[in-house]
Write a protein of this length. Structure first.
Length: 259
C-alpha cells in the first residue's frame, strides 16, 4: 500500500458515491425531500462502509451516518489509520429543487484518511458540479488580488460575528450550502475565505481540509489553533479556511471581535 494508493482510493470512493447519489436523485425526484435525504444518506454510507471494509479491512472508519455506539468505539482512538467520511455533506441542498427544476449543486461527498495524527489523503466530490478535488492533484488556488474579498457563509444560519467581520475587513458574504462546497469554493476561486463558528463535526471538514492543506491554503480554528481529528469527541465547532494572504488579517479581525 502506498500513499498514492490512498489518494486515489479517496478520490475513487468519493466519485462513485457521488455518481450513485446523482442517480438516486434523478430516480426519486424532489417531491418528498425527507425520503430523498434518507435514501441518499443511507445508500452512500453503505457503499463507503462496504468498500472500505473490503479494500482497507484493517483501518477504522468514522462516518457521520454511523451509530452512536460505532462512533464511540474506543478502538478508533488507538488506530493508526482512520477514514473520516461524510457520505452526503449538505443533505438539505441535495434534496432541494431550484426554480428551474434542476437540483442544487452545493453539496458534496467527503472521504479523508487520518494517519498517525495528521490528515494524509482526502477527496471532495461535488457530483452536481461535475468535479472532484483531491490530494492526489491538489488544485492551485488563485492569486489574491488586494481589495474587497468574499467570505463563504451558511445559507441558513450565518454567524452574526461573521457579518461584523465582513464589515470590519471590507468583505462580501456569499451564501453556499454544504461545508465541503464552501471550502471547495475557496480552492476554486469563487470566494477567498470561509469562516464558521456555528458547530460542526470532524466529518464536515476532514476531507476538504486535507485538500486545502495539500493546496497550500490556510486552515485552522478561528483562534488560529490547529484543526485536530480522530478525537474522542468528534465535535469541531469552528473553522477558518482562506487564501494564505488573508489569514493574518482574518485572525486579527476575529480576535478583535471576540474581545
Amino acid at each position: 500500500m502506498t500513499i498514492r494508493d490512498d489518494h486515489a482510493l479517496a478520490a475513487d470512493l468519493a466519485n462513485e458515491a457521488g455518481e450513485r447519489l446523482l442517480r438516486i436523485r434523478e430516480r426519486t425526484g424532489y417531491d418528498d425531500p425527507a425520503a430523498l435525504r434518507a435514501e441518499g444518506d443511507r445508500a452512500s454510507h453503505v457503499y463507503l462502509m462496504e468498500s472500505l471494509g473490503r479494500l482497507r479491512p484493517s483501518d477504522s472508519v468514522l462516518s457521520e451516518e454511523a451509530t452512536r455506539e460505532e462512533r464511540l468505539d474506543p478502538r478508533r482512538l488507538s488506530a493508526d489509520r482512520v477514514w473520516i467520511v461524510d457520505p452526503l455533506d449538505g443533505t438539505r441542498e441535495f434534496s432541494e429543487r431550484l426554480d428551474d427544476q434542476a437540483g442544487r449543486a452545493d453539496w458534496a461527498v467527503h472521504v479523508a484518511l487520518w494517519e498517525r495524527g495528521r490528515l494524509a489523503a482526502g477527496a471532495v466530490a461535488l457530483p452536481a458540479q461535475g468535479r472532484t478535488l483531491t490530494t492526489a492533484e491538489p488544485p492551485k488556488p488563485p492569486a489574491f488580488e488586494k481589495g474587497r474579498f468574499r467570505i463563504a457563509v451558511s445559507r441558513t444560519r450565518p454567524p452574526e460575528f461573521v457579518r461584523k467581520l465582513a464589515y470590519l475587513l471590507g468583505a462580501d458574504l456569499v451564501p453556499i450550502g454544504s461545508a465541503g462546497a464552501k471550502i471547495s469554493a475557496v480552492l476554486t476561486g469563487e470566494v477567498e475565505a470561509y469562516v464558521h463558528a456555528g458547530g460542526q463535526y470532524e466529518w464536515d471538514s476532514a476531507a476538504p481540509v486535507a485538500v486545502a492543506q495539500a493546496a497550500g491554503v490556510h486552515a485552522s480554528r478561528i483562534d488560529g489553533s490547529e484543526l485536530t481529528y480522530n478525537q474522542a469527541d468528534p465535535s469541531l465547532p469552528d473553522i477558518l479556511v482562506s487564501l494564505p494572504e488573508l489569514a493574518t488579517s482574518l485572525l486579527a479581525g476575529i480576535r478583535d471581535l471576540h474581545r
